[in-house]
Ligand binder design. Structure first.
Ligand code: M6R
Length: 608
């Protein structure tokens, strides 16, 4: 979950490196560092703290050459100290390594290296890589890296520079993303396209087991046996402007505000309104197989898993295919039977979440058909699945997922109609759902205009220490997502519950200090929800209800209300989640927290 940049070329190294690191700060941000080969030695600056501190420290230097490496860290082994910050070095200080991932067998390797006389200065797993390269180096840095990574178990995206090879950067990948790019501006290595999209929109994604040698003029990718690999460039379809805050105080606000556009982008060109059907080019190759599947299992983590849960309701209802939805992190350790006609769907914004990727690998080994709903083009999950649908939501930088969730729900709706039309869903039924989906961007826009109202509620409720979010059916996952948003950025204890489950235990917690956010829309479970709200009221719990516009009935029952436009029940989570996101955001900001960088969390969880 760290950010990596490597550069070799004629541009100002520190300016380029810091700018790129700032774009990756969402991946890791507890310490940072850089190293550069200059005048036949490696110079380096490392800090414990944020990238701005590294920027300040670099002002005191006059580093100008390349190759150079930059890194922002999210600590896994060892505290976020200067010593543990990357780059990590060998004994002689002639090899520098930056790394994202976890080396699982580092203790054994370290013990052996210490026996052989190597001296370690950090608590990191990464440092063994530098010492192994030192040990294996003869005449070729790439070869030394190849020998090194052949001994590593675990995950790594890494970049290496050495005094002995001042014209190159060597990069390698195993279960942790690495992109490279070479053009007239020089050679780049990064852990994420966002870091270098300013300099290049054409990138090469390394596969597991590949090693890249990058110079100012070109690159070569080889495998573990030193066989040259031919690589295709992938065109990145978003630009720098999209990866910036564009005047918003936080990425999260920018991304919530972008939702009408990102939802529109998710269905643009895919809706066949006349036919009540959907065109999903990414599934063309597996269209026949999809016609005969008898079960679908949706796997994901965090927010994406809640989208998966909404997907279960949608797909079961619209296409009549039985769906299991669960956590990839649990699934990967489960032993369960596989149906012959079962397909698996992996939902991930980043496409790099380690548990989701591992669950995907497991199902592939079983020979199952695998599909993806992924936002980041060219990411591991997008590449590993048999077929898939991109979200086209643009880069999501804020740690708390917002626009990705909304666009996942939109894509899941498309998929449900697609599968439904292969089965019993009529043209008219398909059309009805798609018409509702087409109206979602305007309704989200209307909800976004209620920011001031939501801000006031945030002020009123921000000092409570606990919060309950409850909903039923389609909006049970929305309640889970509302609770996750609040806890991850405001640090308030929040629980998401199915309203029906309250009386099986949790209602015991409710009193005047435990408020509830109830998703109480005019839909098939409205009356049930009202009863659940009454039960909370009977225990003096304060209640904010999310209601359908025009519903007056609920006003007398609850303390506060927020309304959303009327919509087909199956699509209601896309609208209902928006006020919950805004509420969490304003509570976090009012409590003085930075919603983009919650303590101890990283945007992309590439460790398991
Ligand atoms: O990139 P992914 O969608 O695979 O990420 C999954 C989760 O790590 C992510 O949704 C996480 O829960 C967010 N912090 C939630 O806001």
């Amino acid at each position: 979950m760290c950010g990596i940049i490597g550069y070799v070329g004629q541009k100002n190294n520190t300016e380029l490196g810091i700018k790129a690191l700032k774009r990756l700060e969402y991946r890791g941000y507890d310490s940072a560092g850089m190293a550069i080969v200059e005048n036949e030695k490696i110079s380096s600056v490392k800090i414990s703290g944020k990238v701005n501190q590294l920027k300040e420290s670099l002002k005191k230097t006059d580093f100008s050459g390349t190759p150079c490496l930059f890194h922002s860290r999210w600590a896994t082994h060892g505290k976020p100290t200067e010593e543990n910050a990357h780059p990590q070095f060998d004994c002689s200080g002639r090899v520098a390594v930056v790394h994202n991932g976890i080396i699982e067998n580092y203790r054994k390797l370290k013990e052996k290296l210490i026996d052989e006389g190597h001296e370690f200065t950090s608590e990191t797993d990464t440092e063994v890589i530098a010492h192994l390269i030192e040990k294996f180096y003869e005449e070729d840095l790439t070869e030394a890296v190849r020998k090194t990574v052949s001994l590593l178990q675990g995950a790594y995206g890494l970049a290496v520079i050495s005094v002995e090879a001042p014209e190159k950067i060597v990069a390698a990948r195993m279960s942790s993303p690495v992109v490279i790019s070479v053009n007239e501006s020089g050679g780049f290595v990064a852990s994420d396209p966002a870091a270098i999209v300013e300099h290049s929109q054409k990138m090469v994604f390394l596969e597991d087991g590949e090693i890249a040698t990058v110079t100012e003029d070109g690159f070569e990718v080889t495998d573990m046996e030193n066989i040259s690999q031919s690589k295709k460039e992938v065109e990145i379809d978003w630009d720098l402007e999209e990866a910036q805050k564009s005047g918003h105080p936080h990425f999260m606000m920018k991304e919530m505000t972008e939702q009408p556009k990102s939802i529109k982008n998710s269905f643009r060109g895919r809706i066949l309104m006349k036919e009540g059907d959907v065109k999903l080019g990414g599934l063309d190759e597996v269209v026949e197989k999809l016609k005969s599947i008898e079960k679908l299992t949706i796997l994901a983590c965090g927010t994406s898993s809640y989208a998966g849960l909404v997907g279960k309701y949608l797909i079961e209802e619209i296409s009549e295919i039985p769906v299991e939805a669960g956590l990839a992190s649990e699934f990967r350790y489960r032993k369960r039977p596989y149906g012959e006609k079962e397909a698996f769907l992996f939902v991930s914004q980043s496409g790099e979440t380690a548990d989701t990727l591992e669950a995907l690998k497991k199902t592939k080994k079983k020979g199952a058909l695998t599909l993806g709903i992924v936002n980041v083009v060219g990411s591991s999950i997008a590449r590993e699945t048999d077929a898939g649908i991109y979200n086209h939501a643009g880069p999501e930088i804020g740690v708390a997922s917002s626009k990705a969730f909304a666009s996942q729900l939109s894509v899941l709706t498309l998929l449900a109609v697609y599968l439904g039309r292969q089965r019993n869903l009529s043209v008219n039924e398909g059309r009805e759902i798609l018409k509702n989906l087409s109206g979602v961007p305007d309704s989200v826009e209307k909800i976004l205009q209620k920011k001031e109202e939501i801000k006031k509620l945030a002020e009123k409720y921000k000092d409570f220490e606990h919060f309950l979010f409850m909903g039923r059916r389609y909006n049970y996952p929305t309640a889970l997502e509302g609770a996750l948003k609040l806890k991850e950025i405001s640090y308030i204890h929040a629980e998401g519950y199915s309203a029906a489950e309250m009386k099986h235990g949790p209602i015991a917690l409710i009193d005047e200090n435990f408020p509830t956010f109830a998703i109480c829309l005019k839909d098939s479970v409205y009356d049930k929800m009202i009863s659940n709200v009454e039960e909370i009221k009977a225990r003096e719990g304060p209640i904010i209800a999310l209601k359908t516009e025009g519903d007056e009935e609920i006003e007398g029952v609850v303390d506060d209300t927020l309304s959303i436009p009327k919509i087909h029940e199956s699509l209601s989570p896309i609208l209902a989640v928006v006020p919950l996101q805004l509420f969490a955001y304003y509570v976090a900001v009012k409590k003085g927290h930075d919603p983009d960088k919650p303590e101890g969390l990283a945007k992309c969880v590439t460790v398991t």
